[in-house]
Design a protein around this ligand. Structure first.
Ligand code: F6P
Length: 320
């Protein structure tokens, strides 16, 4: 394979720039021509394609976000729209694609491969860590550390004022960001979509701990696990305690990728370009038990995410 392109798609995540850099540098190392596609699948169908060189990816390894920009492109579900994307690729003689994004990105990739014979390698780039076939997605580690920074700061002021803090974090329908940051931050309550909870129980537990002299608590709420105002209301009704709410929002998506994500970015990228160079089948690249893996998209989609219930339980033991 002589010519490949790389794009980023869906919600951005820290490490995407490091990953693009590694894709470009690996492709050039193998004397391949490499192109950047702007704004994900939107740029593919619009032909926003530029040839890249070593210098194109200088000084970006430490930058959050993606210099190729990204987009959500729901119209790409349509086969006719996808076909327009293949015209753009053939106009440049591009034979293979590396797409960095989440499950929506992978569905587009699989369709390009199945319906148009384009070789596509998918790199899991999303802060949510919600793809079952891989232990970690690119950006997750950095985002959890950003949330941990927020928890640490909140603990200081909530402790000073004997207050209860509720921090809402991202994750869409997954609870891994809340779980890992909550454990690391010593949160007393971690509310995730994967585990049902009883607000009455939580309220009375806070009341009891208050009476035992524990004057501040931290609740970490994954955005898919419930309505923050309802939770605050219930606790106020049951305990008379005023919970202070912080919604961390898009701060979680930016920031310089940490070591873990920069190294993961390099490992994913090298695997993806190696496979394209050596005629590998279209695959989702991931990490399983610390080994870099390439699995068929079908398999990647069908694997059910197993939530780490044991880790979750430890929060209950350690937090109270
Ligand atoms: O998928 C990543 C993510 O940050 C989710 O955690 C969040 O719910 C969603 O994207 C927000 O989407 P958007 O950036 O389109 O508002």
């Amino acid at each position: 394979m002589e010519k490949i392109a790389v794009l980023t798609s869906g919600g951005d995540s820290p490490g995407m720039n490091a990953c693009i850099r590694a894709v470009v540098r690996t492709a050039l190392y193998y004397n391949m021509d490499v192109y950047g596609i702007e704004r994900g699948y939107e740029g593919l169908i619009n032909g926003d394609i530029t040839r890249l060189n070593h210098r194109s990816v200088s000084d970006i390894i430490h930058k959050g976000g993606t210099f190729l920009k990204t987009s959500r492109c729901p119209e790409f579900k349509d086969l006719e729209v996808q076909k327009r994307g293949t015209y753009a690729l053939s106009a440049y003689g591009i034979e293979g694609l590396v797409v960095i994004g989440g499950d929506g990105t992978f569905r587009g990739a699989k369709s390009l491969s199945d319906n148009f014979g384009i070789k596509v390698m998918g790199i899991p780039g999303t802060i949510d860590n919600d793809l079952a076939y891989t232990d970690y997605t690119l950006g997750f580690d950095t985002t959890v550390n950003t949330v941990l920074w927020a928890i640490n700061n909140l603990r200081d002021t909530m402790h000073s004022h004997d207050r209860v803090s509720l921090l809402e974090v991202m994750g869409r329908n997954a609870g891994d960001i809340a779980l890992y940051a909550g454990i690391a931050g010593g949160a007393e309550y971690i509310l995730v979509p994967e585990v049902p909870y009883d607000l009455d129980e939580i309220a009375s537990s806070i009341k009891k701990s208050n009476l035992r002299g524990k004057t501040s608590n931290t609740i970490v709420l994954a955005e898919g696990a419930g309505d923050r105002e309802e939770i605050v209301q219930k606790i106020k009704e049951k305990t008379g305690i005023n919970v202070k709410v912080t919604v961390l929002g898009y701060i979680q998506r930016g920031g310089s990728p940490n070591m873990a994500d920069r190294v993961l970015a390099a490992k994913f990228a090298i695997k993806a370009v190696d496979l394209l160079k050596n005629g590998g089948e279209s695959s989702a690249i991931g990490i399983k038990d610390n080994k870099i893996v390439a699995v068929p998209f079908e398999k990647a989609f069908n694997e059910k995410k197993v939530f780490d219930k044991d880790l979750f339980e430890s929060a209950r033991i350690l937090g109270l």
